[in-house]
Design a protein around this ligand. Structure first.
Ligand code: PLP
Length: 292
């Protein structure tokens, strides 16, 4: 039930279908975004909409895919889809994909389709985990070269190792995976950027092999506001084990504390004070309770 925007039209959920010969279904080349809208004192507002749209276009640019709409149109459509579905809070999923106009690896002769869906989605990594923190497992899957050169793109085919990593983590009783790069340095979670805190300083991996997260960027702003130093650097898994605090960030995961990595307790094994402060500022910001 509800309404999806597909190629310029609002269609009922059940009718928003694609053909089995949809090119992106076969070869995985497509781009998408994950966006959230929150209830604020001035009504429902999409958090950092413009940045998400900009990243969608950057992702498409990396894949040499031409989106047949302009940014402002897609901004308006995201607001429209939230409104049409009567959502106060929403997760929004824009996606651009190649259709069933042809097979084979050539894509320049295919049509780029655009769809936008929105639904209500609660806490991504578990309601109680947002306070208690999650248990994470370092993955045997690495961010391989495709992801290293492609890490600026939120591209469909890029999520294979993220999904395998998550599968592995869940199978071992953990909540989320941590992926290393091919040299063994920490990169990010399956769909989150990572931060650690030690002796009052926040550290996060640089963007060599992690997605340019919009939530990550918001944390940079909030850390600066509260005067906690934040540095980008290469991080090893040992450094995560001995951190005082650690947390993941993402549009879906918001700010989720990490209480354990590979069976090692992080800090006191509970949400740390700086994490809690940043988390609370983040929620105030997305809910429009403070000035951005
Ligand atoms: N890293 C990956 C691989 C992701 O898929 C996401 C989700 O979008 C993130 C990090 C976090 O990015 P953002 O905060 O922009 O949602």
């Amino acid at each position: 039930d509800g309404i999806i925007w597909l190629d310029g039209e609002l269609v009922p959920w059940r009718e928003a279908r694609v053909h089995v010969l949809t090119h992106t279904l076969h070869y995985g080349m497509g781009v998408f975004e994950g966006v959230r809208a929150y209830k604020t004192p001035r009504g429902t507002a999409i958090f950092r909409l413009q940045e998400h749209t900009e990243r969608l276009f950057r992702s498409a640019h990396i894949l040499n895919m031409t989106i047949p709409y302009d940014k402002e149109t897609l901004n308006q459509v995201q607001r429209l889809v939230v409104r049409e579905n009567g959502l106060e809070t929403a997760y929004i999923r824009p996606m651009c994909f190649y259709g069933s106009e042809g097979m084979g690896l050539r894509a320049d002769n295919l049509q780029v389709h655009v769809m936008l869906a929105a639904w209500s989605w609660g806490t991504y990594l578990g309601a109680e985990n947002i306070e208690r923190g999650i248990r994470v497992k370092t993955s045997s899957y690495t961010r391989h070269h495709v992801n290293i050169t492609m890490c600026k793109a939120k591209a469909n085919g890029n999520y294979l190792n993220s999904m395998l990593a998550l599968q592995e983590a869940l199978a071992s009783g953990c909540d989320e995976a941590l992926l290393l790069d091919t040299e063994g340095y920490v990169t990010e979670g399956s769909g989150e950027n990572i931060f650690i805190i030690r002796n009052g300083v926040i550290y996060t991996p640089d963007l060599t092999s992690a997605l340019e997260g919009i939530t990550r960027d918001t944390i940079f702003q909030l850390a600066q506001e509260i005067g906690v130093p934040l540095r980008e650097k290469r991080i090893t898994r040992d450094e995560v084990y001995v951190a005082d605090e650690a947390f993941f960030t993402g549009t879906a995961a918001e700010v989720t504390p990490i209480r354990e990595l590979d069976g090692r307790r992080i800090g006191d094994g509970v949400r740390g004070p700086i994490t809690e402060r940043l988390q609370s500022l983040y929620f105030d910001q997305v809910h429009g309770r403070r000035e951005a």
